[in-house]
Design a protein. Structure first.
Length: 154
């Protein structure tokens, strides 16, 4: 029994340390949870579902880095999926405002191509994923409507 406890503890310690490092060094520097979600999704290999982060893997182990990224991705996704529509709109405003790109151009692309779909963790519950995607679509539409209402009519 002691051996299995020791092996489990050994496995958790590098993952927790990698997770803590990820929060402090990387995710803490990203402007908002929506930005963090997009970033974390971008670390996932779309062919295998494995997460990769060279800096984290060099500081810890590749498997600990992958597990930390996956855990952070799931946590931020669930946090955003549970937030109110107003909170999601606020996240969207922060995210679009932090981009070097024109926010309305990004918004139009997101509405047309729906790239945020790839931000859903691969093992997310289908109902939660649908709720999140529906809320993002609504938040985009509301934000766009607000922007158009503030622009002078041409």
């Amino acid at each position: 029994m002691f051996r299995s406890m020791s092996a489990a503890t050994f496995k958790l310690v590098p993952t927790q340390a990698a997770y803590d490092d990820l929060l402090k060094r990387t995710l803490g520097k990203i402007c908002c949870d929506l930005g963090r979600l997009i970033y974390l999704a971008s670390t996932r290999d779309y062919n295998t579902g494995t997460y990769h982060h060279d800096g984290l893997a060099n500081r810890f182990r590749a498997d600990a880095a992958s597990q930390a990224l996956e855990l952070a991705h799931k946590e931020i996704f669930h946090k955003l999926a549970a937030c109110s529509l107003q909170e999601l709109i606020a996240q969207l405003e922060i995210y679009l405002g932090s981009s070097a790109e024109n926010p309305l151009d990004v918004l139009r692309l997101w509405q047309r191509m729906e790239p945020y779909r790839i931000a859903v963790p691969s093992e997310a519950h289908p109902t939660v994923a649908r709720l999140f995607l529906s809320n993002v679509k609504l938040a985009l539409a509301i934000w766009r409507h607000r922007q158009q209402a503030h622009q002078p009519h041409q």
